[in-house]
Design a protein around this ligand. Sequence first.
Ligand code: SF4
Ligand code: FES
Length: 241
Amino acid sequence: MSATFRVSRFKSGDVEPHFEDFEIEVESGATLLDALLQIRRRDPSLVLRHSCKHASCGACGMRANGREVLACDTKVAKLHASRPITVEPLAGRHTLADLATDMTDFHARMDAVGMPLVRTAETAADVVPPEGIKAFARFENCIECGLCLSACPIAKLDGEYIGPATLAAAERVVEEPRGRDLGPVLALAAEPDSVWRCRDAMECTAVCPAAVDPAGALFRLRRRVATDGLRKLFRRGVGPG
Ligand code: SF4
Ligand code: FES
C-alpha cells in the first residue's frame, strides 16, 4: 500500500515547524511507528521517540491527522482515508525536534504526586503463579504518554494547569493511600490550577490509550476536594453543623 506522510519537521534554531512529505510503500498491518521508522531509514535526521513498540512505555505519543495516538498502536490503514497522513508532535508542549516534545515538567508533576507504579490492591487471583512467587500484581494503568495533556483544551492554552494525567494519579493515591498522609495531595488538587480549572471537555478520556479515564478520576477527586473543604468549614464553625 502506498501512503504519503506529511511529517512536521522542526530543528533547534528554526523559527517554526514546517511539513515535509514522504511517500512510501507500507505493508498491510504496518503501524504508524513502522512507517516513521521506514521514513527515518530514508532520512536519518527525523527525530521521534519510541521504545517498547507495544503500547506500554508511552514514549511514542504524537498526533496523526490531528488526533492524539500512540504511533506503535495505530495502524496506517486506519489513518489512510485522509491523504496525506499528517504527523505532528503532541500539542501544548515545547517541541525539541520534529516529533519529540519536552515532557520534563509533565514527568516532574507525575513524580511529585508519587503514585505507586504497582497496584498492590489487585492481584491476578485466577492465575497460578510459578513456584516461589506469591501472586501477580499489576502495574498502574497510566503509561505517562501525555496524550491526554495534548488533547486537553485547557492544558493546551495554560501551561500552569496540572493536567488530567497528574490529577488521575493524585486520585489513585487518594483512593489507595497505603498509609500516606493525603494532606499534600489534596492540597495540590485544591490549588487554583488543579481540579477546578478543568472545563469537562472529556477529551482526555477520549484519547487515553490505557483506560485510565482521567476525566472520571478528576471528577471523583473534585468531589473529594469539595467534601474536604466543607468539612474544614464546618470544623471552623462556619457551616450549619
Ligand atoms: S492518563 Fe492516559 S492519556 Fe494520560 S498520560 Fe496516562 S495513559 Fe496517557
Ligand atoms: S513505543 Fe512504547 S508505547 Fe509506543
